[in-house]
Design a protein around this ligand. Structure first.
Ligand code: GLV
Length: 330
């Protein structure tokens, strides 16, 4: 009898077939969003689970399923896992870094440009049939080239955005991060480390790429927005909850900053109603990594992790991207 695993959301059928070579798979082709009680029930008897960022795993879910050994998240972020609870119970967690870096950076740059150059706002105007003549200040925005790019969170994706800005658009790149990067990485990104306050004050375009945690909750709220230039833009491709969406909607409505581009939201897929009312924000439904090739690479990497962590395939016992490898030693 093969070990049992749960694939908690609908994914590429080819990837589910790969998992079936090693496991009894309960999949979710109807893509139901399980309640916590349902998730607990469906995990019964399963030693592993293939999850996405919407599948919340906490101590209660784990305690109801002490047989669970491995959680393979199809996302680089893993704030849907209570990592302390997983590690304490010896549950190995994996994520999908690297394979989405360049794709996500492309999207972050695109969202920043759409925000600065008012692409969504002007498109909506055109579709409403309001375009009757050219005028000199019609949808004037702010330049990207030679402007100051401020990156909050300088991991792999932040660095990839910095490279695009510095080398492609000759931007001045400032960054703030928990720790300062190695000088060779700073040089390759042409990026200068500054304090958070200086970053907020000097950025023409602020891009948020830091991970979500209790510590980064509302890292950008009313006091931080108040430091930004009235001409500045803010782009968030990291996680909902890092920006205080209510405070941001107010700042946008009062034009205390020029515009925002948001791919992630507090409480998504619900979006703060005030954000839907302001014109100077570009809103996208958490799609920064969404290209066919990258989503497939993420699904394959999550499957590789699950297969290897449960002792199968060519990398048996050596999952490529563990988050808490310390549990493998115990
Ligand atoms: C997407 O948000 C991810 O974490 O991969």
């Amino acid at each position: 009898m093969k070990p049992q695993v749960l694939v908690a959301r609908n994914v590429f059928p080819e990837v589910v077939e790969r998992l079936r070579e090693h496991f009894e798979v309960e999949d979710n082709p109807g893509d139901r969003i399980y309640t916590k009680a349902e998730l607990i029930e469906r995990l019964k008897g399963k030693v592993g689970a293939f999850t996405t960022g919407s599948v919340m795993i906490d101590a209660e879910v784990l305690d109801a399923n002490p047989q669970l050994r491995v959680l393979a998240n199809m996302a680089v972020g893993y704030n849907n896992f209570d990592m302390a609870a997983c590690t304490a119970r010896g549950v190995l967690c994996t994520n999908t870094p690297d394979v989405l870096t360049e794709t996500t950076a492309d999207f972050g740059f695109a969202l920043m440009m759409a925000t600065a150059r008012r692409i969504a706002e002007s498109e909506h105007y055109l579709r409403r049939g309001e375009w009757s003549k050219w005028f000199y200040d019609m949808f004037v925005g702010s330049d990207i080239h030679h402007a100051t790019l401020g990156i909050l969170g300088m991991g792999r994706i932040g660095q990839a955005i910095a490279r695009r800005g510095a080398h492609g658009f000759e931007m001045r790149v400032l960054y703030h991060n928990r720790s300062r990067l190695d000088p060779s990485i700073e040089a390759s990104c042409k990026a200068t480390y500054v304090g958070k306050e200086q970053l907020l004050r000097e950025a023409d375009h602020l891009v948020i790429v830091m991970p979500y945690s209790k510590e980064s909750h509302h890292a950008v709220g009313a006091p931080e927005l108040a430091l930004m230039k009235p001409t500045a833009t803010l782009t968030n491709i990291a996680r909902g909850g890092i920006v205080d969406d209510a405070a941001l909607a107010k700042a946008l409505a009062e034009r205390r900053i020029a515009a925002a581009g948001l791919d992630v939201f507090e409480g998504e897929p619900t979006v703060h109603p005030d954000l839907l009312k302001v014109p100077n924000v570009v809103l996208t439904p958490h799609i920064a990594s969404a290209t066919v090739a990258t989503r497939r690479a993420m699904a394959d990497l999550a499957a590789d992790n699950l297969i290897a962590a449960l002792g199968f395939g060519p990398n048996a016992g050596k999952p490529p991207t563990p988050i808490n490898p310390e549990v493998m030693k115990s």
